[in-house]
Ligand binder design. Structure first.
Ligand code: FAD
Length: 413
């Protein structure tokens, strides 16, 4: 018998071992669900010292998935808690306007934890790579090319030059250009923003005190996210480090990305203000064209979409990955419940419950982030007035303020 004739059996096959697919696979396996996770790309070792400047804001709600999957305990460095969020409506060279919003998680009660944590993207990858091969209920195949055949009673995943896996459910966590979504003929609506997000890290003179700052500038938002001091050689043991997500209209972003480091730092500093003192770029700069995307359905026969395969939103609120983590929590809980009860983890009723639970929530976040971007990325005087009135109203209305804070934490009001 050659390898291609070998047949394996699993409850679930997850396509894509990115942050969403990888953590969902770990969470399922930790709960005893027989899971196979397949990635087209090799799981590159990330333990080498190159600090690359990319980071995720992990909301308090998403932390639950990282705890349940065992990934939180494997993070190589301390995650930085986000204690406060400051939102201001500014201009370049004059970032903080008179009107701003200030959110402090302690306003929600003495026992409420931080809004979330900043985690280096590389740290999450290291944790995934460390955990994935160790779980008895999990089989990892990467790099591997796979085809999926779905039928009413189950799915078969065929690995090129490898085994065929019979399972009850295939999960597409393959990112934005999900081949499984396309194969299922699920249409998507795309909304290009004509903006590009530049992300990088800076070291700075003064401490950030765990405060995240969002400056709404006319060309797009400029977010400053506090990071834990990194032991990394490239950061040189700098005690004060922050990540930046800076959005510009695409031609302007291209000009910025072409600048040398010193001029790029000066442009960043003009948008940042001077509250952190002198800044210095650490690691490299990354840029991504921004667009929103929503799949019209999250499910098909024996198929569920999760993470960026199902949706993409503007990074204005740093919630893209958090939505994917929430998909993974809901889908993971439904699958674990079904397997424990001896029921079908890929049946139509379960898939319908998943879609009902997640699609409206993601659509709402897509609408909110899109609206925020349009409202703030405008120099129209009437819109400026409207948003200043809005900011003042949120400031004066504690229940509204608390609602915003809970939304940022990814927890229900
Ligand atoms: C500028 C910017 C800033 C952002 N900042 C934040 C932030 O602060 N907080 C936040 O929550 N989110 C943020 N996001 C969003 C976040 O990066 C994504 O939501 C997240 O990476 C999605 O994870 P995923 O696992 O769904 O997909 P991906 O990260 O795209 O992973 C997909 C995986 O599937 C694999 N794959 C692809 N095709 C196949 C195939 N055919 N078969 C098998 N495997 C396959 C890939 O190799 C990859 O490993 C930001 C995004 C941008 C652009």
């Amino acid at each position: 018998m050659n390898d291609s004739e070998t047949r394996l059996t699993a409850d679930v096959c997850v396509m894509g071992a990115g942050p969403v697919g990888g953590s969902l696979a770990c969470m399922l396996a930790q709960s005893g669900v027989r899971t196979v996770v397949i990635d087209r790309a090799p799981l590159r070792p990330m333990e080498h010292p190159a600090f690359d400047g990319r980071a995720y804001a992990i909301s308090a709600g998403s932390r639950r998935l990282l705890d349940a999957s065992g990934l939180w305990a494997k993070l190589p460095e301390r995650a930085q808690p986000i204690q406060e969020i400051r939102v201001s409506d500014g201009r370049v060279g004059r970032p903080a306007s008179r009107l701003f919003l200030h959110f402090d998680h302690r306003e929600l009660g003495p026992d409420t934890g931080p809004f979330g944590w900043m985690v280096e993207a590389r740290g999450l990858r290291i944790a995934l790579n460390a955990l994935l091969p160790t779980l008895p209920a999990l089989t990892v195949m990467a790099p591997a090319e796979a085809t999926v055949e779905r039928r009413a009673d189950g799915a078969t995943v065929r690995i090129a030059g490898g085994p065929a896996i019979d399972c009850r459910l295939a999960i597409a966590a393959e990112g934005r250009n999900s081949p499984l979504r396309e194969q299922a003929g699920i249409p998507v609506t795309r909304l290009p923003y004509g903006q590009t997000g530049m992300t990088f890290a800076i070291s700075h003179e003064h401490p950030h005190h765990g405060i995240a700052v969002e400056h709404f500038l006319p060309a797009g938002p400029f977010a400053l996210l506090p990071m834990a001091p990194s032991a990394d050689a490239l950061v040189g043991g700098a005690p004060n480090v922050s990540a930046i997500v800076w959005t510009e209209r695409t031609p302007a972003a291209e000009r910025m990305m072409a600048l040398d480091d010193a001029r790029f730092e000066r442009e960043a500093a003009r948008r940042l203000g001077d509250h952190l003192g002198k800044i210095k770029l650490v690691g490299r700069r990354w840029s991504y064209p921004l667009s929103a995307m929503l799949a019209h359905r999250y499910t098909d026969t024996r198929l569920a979409l999760a993470g960026d395969a199902a949706h993409g939103i503007h990074p204005i609120a740093g919630q893209g990955l958090n939505l994917g983590f929430r998909d993974a929590i809901v889908l993971g809980d439904l699958i674990v419940e079904a397997v424990r009860a001896g029921q079908d983890p890929g049946g139509a009723a379960l898939l319908a419950r998943y879609q009902r639970a997640r699609r409206p929530d993601n659509l709402l976040m897509l609408g909110m982030t899109d609206g925020l971007d349009r409202l703030f990325s405008s120099d129209n005087r009437l819109l400026r007035l409207a948003r200043d009135v809005g900011i003042a109203a949120v400031h004066r209305t504690p229940p509204l303020k608390r609602l915003f804070m809970r939304q940022a934490m990814g927890v229900r009001a």
